[in-house]
Design a protein around this ligand. Structure first.
Ligand code: KG4
Ligand code: ZN
Length: 376
C-alpha cells in the first residue's frame, strides 16, 4: 500500500511516499529554519505563508522522487493536530483538495503519533544502528552479522521492531510526554509536562546563551566542548511521571546572571554579550546533562511502574540529541534524519492506523485541532 504523507504542523513543509508503513520511497522536507533563525523563533503567519509557497512543489517532488504517479497512490495522510493553526490549515487544505481531485481516501493523523511511528520506518541508519546494538535479534545468523554488511541484507535479517506493550518518550518542541502503548494505535498518557516542553526549554536556554534557533542542535554543538559538571542545576520537584521545564530555564537564567555578576533585573537578551565562549559551552553542557537526566529519571520511574513493558521508543525533535541516545542505549530511536518533522512518519502512522481499522475522513469536512491530545 502506497501512502502520501503530508506534514505542515510547524515550520517544515514536508511530503513523502511510504510503502506499507515502513519503506520510504521519497521524503522531501523544506525547512524554514533559515528564515526563523533571523527572528530567533517561529512566527506563525510567516510559517503559514511559506508553507503555501512550498507545499505543491514539495508534493510534486515527493511523487517524482518516488517514481510513482497519482494512479499508484492508495491514500493521502495529513497532520490535522496539534500545531500552529495557519500551518495546519495549509497542509490539510492541500490534502483535502488532492483527495477530492484524485479521488483518494484521506486520513487525518495526530502529529505525536507520527513522531512515534518514525520508529517503524526502515532507514539504512536505523538498520545499521540496531544491527550494531546488543539487543537480541531474530535469528542466530543475524546476531553475528557485521554492521558493515549491505543494508539490504541487514534489512532482511536484523531489523527488529519495537514490541508491545511499549513506552514512548515523546520529546519535541511542543510536547514532553510518556505514553503507554498496549498495542498499535492505542495511547495512554502516563506523564506530561505541566508547563514548557523540553525542546522549548532547549530553545529558550539557547536564546539566553546567545545561540541560534533552533536551540537544540545549537546547544548540543556548544556542549561538545563544555564541562557538564561545571554548573549544578536543580531537578524540578514534580510528582509522579509528570515534568516541568520552565523552572530549569529560569535556573539557567539565574545561574548565568550570577556567573556574570548582574542583578536579576538585567535584560536577559544582553547576557550573551557578557559570556565567554567557555562559559557558553559549560552552560550548554550542564543544561543538556540536566535535561537528559530528568527525562531518564522519569522514564526509569515509568518503567518500574509498568513491568510488562517490552520496548521503549523515543520520538520527536529532541530524540536527535546524541547525549539522550547515549543515555538510553536500549531504547529505539528514529534515524536522526527522521527525528524532526517529516512526511514519512505521517504516512507510517496512517498505515498502522488503517491496519487498526481507522476509517478515512470526509475531505469536504476535515477540521484542524491546534491543541488536541493524542488520547482523543
Ligand atoms: O518534533 P520537532 O521537530 O517539532 C515539534 O513537533 O515541536 O521538535 C523540534 C524541537 C526544537 O525545540 C529543537 O530545538 C529540538 O526539537 N531539537 C533538539 C535537537 N534537535 C532538535 N533538541 C536537543 N538536541 C537536538 N539535537
Ligand atoms: Zn514535531
Amino acid at each position: 500500500m502506497l501512502i502520501l504523507g503530508i506534514e505542515t504542523s510547524c515550520d517544515e513543509t514536508a511530503a513523502a511516499v511510504v510503502r506499507d508503513g515502513r519503506e520510504i520511497l521519497s521524503n522531501v522536507v523544506v525547512s524554514q529554519i533559515d528564515i526563523f533563525a533571523e527572528y530567533g523563533g517561529v512566527i506563525p503567519e510567516v510559517a503559514a505563508r511559506s508553507h503555501l509557497e512550498a507545499m505543491m512543489p514539495v508534493v510534486d517532488k515527493a511523487l517524482s522522487d518516488a517514481g510513482v504517479s497519482w494512479n499508484e497512490i492508495d491514500a493521502i495522510a495529513v497532520t490535522h493536530a496539534p500545531g500552529l493553526l495557519g500551518s495546519l490549515l495549509i497542509g490539510t487544505l492541500t490534502a483535502r483538495t488532492l483527495s477530492i481531485l484524485h479521488n483518494k481516501p484521506l486520513y487525518a493523523v495526530h502529529h505525536l503519533k507520527s513522531h512515534v511511528y518514525a520508529n517503524w520506518l526502515d532507514t539504512d541508519a536505523n538498520i545499521l544502528s540496531r544491527a550494531a546494538s546488543p539487543r537480541p535479534v531474530a535469528t542466530g545468523e543475524a546476531r553475528s552479522s557485521s554492521p558493515c554488511q549491505a543494508p539490504e541484507a541487514l534489512r532482511k535479517n536484523v531489523l527488529r521492531l519495537p514490541d508491545f506493550p511499549l513506552l514512548a518518550l515523546v520529546v519535541s518542541g511542543g510536547h514532553t510526554q510518556i505514553l503507554y502503548m498496549p498495542e498499535h494505535n492505542q495511547f495512554e498518557i502516563i506523564g506530561t509536562t505541566h508547563d514548557d516542553a523540553v525542546g522549548e526549554c532547549f530553545d529558550k536556554v539557547a536564546k539566553i546563551l546567545g545561540l541560534p534557533y533552533p536551540g537544540g542542535p545549537a546547544i548540543a554543538k556548544a556542549a561538545l566542548s563544555g564541562d557538564a559538571t561545571k554548573y549544578r542545576l536543580p531537578h524540578p520537584k514534580v510528582e509522579g511521571l509528570d515534568f516541568s521545564f520552565s523552572g530549569l530555564k529560569t535556573a539557567v537564567l539565574r545561574a548565568v546572571q550570577k556567573e556574570v555578576g548582574v542583578p536579576i533585573s538585567y535584560p536577559s537578551h544582553k547576557l550573551k554579550e557578557l559570556l565567554t565562549p567557555e562559559q557558553v559551552a559549560d552552560f550548554a553542557a550542564s543544561f543538556q546533562k540536566t535535561a537528559v537526566d530528568i527525562l531518564c529519571e522519569k522514564l526509569k520511574m515509568a518503567l518500574s511502574e509498568h513491568p510488562d513493558v517490552k520496548s521503549v521508543v523515543v520520538a520527536g525533535g529532541v530524540s536527535a540529541n546524541t547525549e539522550l541516545r547515549k543515555a538510553l542505549p536500549e531504547a529505539f530511536f528514529p534515524a536522526p534524519s527522521l527525528s524532526g518533522d517529516n512526511g514519512a512518519m505521517v504516512a507510517s502512522a496512517c498505515y498502522f492506523e488503517i491496519q487498526s481499522g481507522v476509517k478515512p475522513v470526509d475531505p469536504y469536512a476535515l477540521n484542524i485541532y491546534p491543541r488536541i491530545s493524542i488520547e482523543n
